[in-house]
Design a protein around this ligand. Structure first.
Ligand code: FAD
Length: 477
């Protein structure tokens, strides 16, 4: 009663804005408060190398944003968003100059896999077709399955380790490495239960939609979300670091797009000591070492498939990728990191001056690591693209501390708001009937530390907003 706002959202990442949009769509009065001078959290584009070269500092390839059951309902095209679909979603080169491509077409992808052609089709054929029935269970909090049989069939493949899955399905080392490239997005050891689920979901999205990115930079995605939000009457306040709820205007509810460590530091919340203790036990995952390059020409990949791919995964054997992901988890050093690389300017000339190019890459490193992985990352690229280093005009590097400074949600360089191991996958940040609620009935959490976890999909924000409405604004349901 008498509150200035129905809900205040703290943090303008994709989850925070999505929560704010849904609340505003339902007729509530909301405002977002953001500590940074530029909104968007880890979805932001800056000229960090040379003038005119636009680099995505955090997220960049957004199939989850394109396919998100909530975000795809928004008229983002009318608010300036244009999607670019690279010819090939991703490819994976090998030491002998060959490469495997993940085409949108499953049959074409499988046809390259020789001995594994049938197994690949068997693995992906039905689950790609079943995706529309599976997505609400996989991109939201734990709930009774809408399609139990289809979900169970998916679960039998997904809730095992990637190591187990590739050894069970594939005979050829190259096919196994190819699947590892997707599964390693999990930032988990490939022996971890559920690491295969990331490879499955990302390949399903590649086959169903492709792996698109926003024209002009990832910031265009944020700008379109905010433009729509403001068109619905939403308000945004930048440069406001929130440390105490009392700093904020009076509101009926508060939605935090923060991770547990940060939320516990906010003063004025009424959390029980048990909840605090459980939140303190929340586990953060491995960090990343991030690189961006301004290039004089496209990366000189030996294999043509890589020259047509938006994303390239680098890791030259099963053992090498396993070792890389284990070393990030177990705090050991690693000379041959698994590298995720994106090359937007092959498909989007607006991101660099005429005839010039950019590249974006990172590797997984121990949480909090301050080591510089420039030499290791560039060496991995050189193996499949000799002469790459000669194309470099300028580069930018960010270790885990620089990333956390850029965005405090990237705790120790963890880009997923916490480890996505099986115990934190659907019940993050703690096991509660609704993970978006807290013991303080005014306070909600919606960041990637809530289901479904990391990635630009806005589903944490959307699900948290639905719960907030159910609890406080029943008449709007
Ligand atoms: C290097 C990197 C590469 C990535 N690549 C991809 C990719 O290609 N595709 C993909 O889908 N995902 C990718 N991700 C992951 C994705 O960016 C995140 O999962 C996503 O941004 C999470 O959104 P969020 O809204 O939960 O949090 P965030 O985007 O982290 O936003 C949180 C916001 O809260 C603000 N904030 C924090 N504390 C306060 C405070 N006290 N007061 C006010 N504001 C505060 C922060 O400044 C920030 O703006 C990547 C991330 C990184 C870092």
């Amino acid at each position: 009663m008498g509150e200035k706002y129905d809900a205040i959202i703290i943090g303008s990442g994709s989850n925070g804005i999505s929560a704010a949009i849904h609340l505003q769509q339902k007729g509530l009065k909301t405002a977002i408060f953001e500590q940074a001078s530029i909104p968007g959290g880890a979805t932001k584009t800056l000229e960090v190398t040379l003038p005119g070269f636009k680099h995505d500092i955090g997220s960049s390839i957004l199939p989850l944003g394109y396919a998100s059951p909530f975000l795809r309902t928004l008229p983002l095209g009318e608010h300036g968003l244009e999607w670019i679909f690279p010819d090939i979603p991703y490819s994976h080169p090998f030491n002998d100059g060959s490469a495997l491509a993940c085409y949108k077409d499953i049959d074409r992808t499988a046809a390259q896999l020789l001995k594994d052609e049938k197994s690949y089709k068997k693995l992906f054929g039905s689950i790609v077709n079943n995706w529309p029935e599976l997505e609400s269970n996989l991109l939201g909090p734990l709930k009774w399955p809408d399609h139990p049989v289809k979900l169970m069939k998916f679960g039998l493949k997904a809730f095992v380790s990637a190591h187990h899955l590739v050894n069970h399905y594939f005979k050829d080392e190259k096919t196994r490495v190819f699947f590892y490239g997707s599964a390693a997005h999990s930032t988990l050891s490939l022996n971890s239960v559920a690491s295969s689920s990331f490879g499955l979901v990302l390949n399903i999205l590649a086959h169903k939609y492709g792996w698109p990115f926003p024209k002009g930079g990832a910031n265009k995605f944020t700008e379109a979300l905010l433009s729509y939000y403001k068109s619905k009457g939403g308000e945004l306040f930048l440069n406001t670091n929130i440390t105490d709820i009392d700093q904020l205007p009076e509101a009926k509810t508060y939605m935090f797009d923060l991770t547990p460590k940060q939320l516990l530091e906010i003063k004025g919340t009424r959390f029980t000591s048990l909840y605090r203790k459980r939140m303190e036990n929340f586990k953060y995952g491995a960090g990343v070492f991030k690189m961006d390059w301004a290039l004089s020409e496209p990366i000189p990949w030996l294999n043509e498939k890589c020259r047509k791919s938006g994303t390239v995964h680098l890791g030259y054997s099963q053992k090498e990728i396993e070792r890389s992901e284990n070393s990030a988890k177990y705090y050991s050093t690693n000379k041959n990191p698994y590298v995720l690389l994106a090359q937007h300017t092959l498909f989007d000339s607006t991101r660099a001056p005429e005839n010039k190019h950019t590249a974006w890459a990172y590797c997984h490193v121990p949480n909090g690591s301050t080591r510089d992985y420039t030499a290791e990352i560039e060496a991995q690229i050189e193996k499949a693209a000799p002469g790459f280093k000669n194309c470099i005009l300028a580069k930018s590097t960010m270790n885990t501390q620089a990333l956390q400074h850029f965005n405090p949600n990237l705790v120790g360089g963890d880009i997923n708001g916490g480890s996505q191991n099986i115990s934190q996958l659907f019940t993050r940040p703690v096991t509660r009937l609704s993970p978006y609620t807290t013991p303080d009935p005014r306070v909600y959490i919606c960041s990637s530390s809530t289901p479904p976890g990391g990635g630009v999909h806005g589903m944490g924000g959307f699900s948290a907003a639905k719960k907030l409405i159910q609890d406080h604004f029943q008449d709007l349901i």
